[in-house]
Design a protein around this ligand. Sequence first.
Ligand code: CTP
Ligand code: CA
Length: 227
Amino acid sequence: EDHQKRHALLAGKKVLISAGPTKETIDPVRFFTNRSTGKMGFALAEAASSMGAEVTLVTGPVSLSLSDSKVKRIDVVTAREMHDVMHEHFASNDIVIKAAAVADYRPKRVHSEKMKKHDGDWYVEMERTTDILQSLAERKTNQFLVGFAAETENPVDYGVKKLKKKGLDAIVINNVAADGAGFGSDTNVVTYVNRDEKMEEVSLASKPDIADRIMTFILRDMKDGEK
Ligand code: CTP
Ligand code: CA
């Protein structure tokens, strides 16, 4: 592949990507999180950078490091922190991709001291977090906004509903129950759907290869939008 040519694909474009899980604290020793490892989001950041984009990666707690030093990495922990950083950078970016697995709920109370066990059951009251993606969609001007959907059943139906409901330009649907797909895996199987509901099935491949395909679909749909 012609490196120069590839690097020109997203030259002059700014890309904002979120990755990884969020971690929601209960007390100084406990938290709620999920199985996301950040691999898909990191692969997207590196793919966009190799296509010449200026990339900002906002990541929850993961054990990954970037091999591309041109990507600007911002570490966050909670859904609230991710929300604030994404909003801070939203207006100045051209493409925004929300690959993060954001907590839908967080403990209503954060205890400043470690909670002591006692006889009987323990109930943790949880409250909804803000849907970051939807809140960005409401502020959208010229950004090409891409969401992810993690599903274990009827992935395409649920995914397309999210695309419509949140008013996105495209959604990457992840069937996390499929073989070789989902959380922690080095490979993935996804369906990319754009706002015209044109669907692209991407069969089993490494996450870097899937990231390349996704960036290529985004580029195509941005060009179509300019016509
Ligand atoms: N998302 C977000 N903020 C949240 C929850 C989700 O930005 N508080 C984003 C994710 O980053 C992802 C998309 O919404 O891009 C879809 O996440 P997903 O969990 O699949 O969908 P939800 O809308 O949260 O619906 P549900 O979990 O009920 O399926
Ligand atoms: Ca969710």
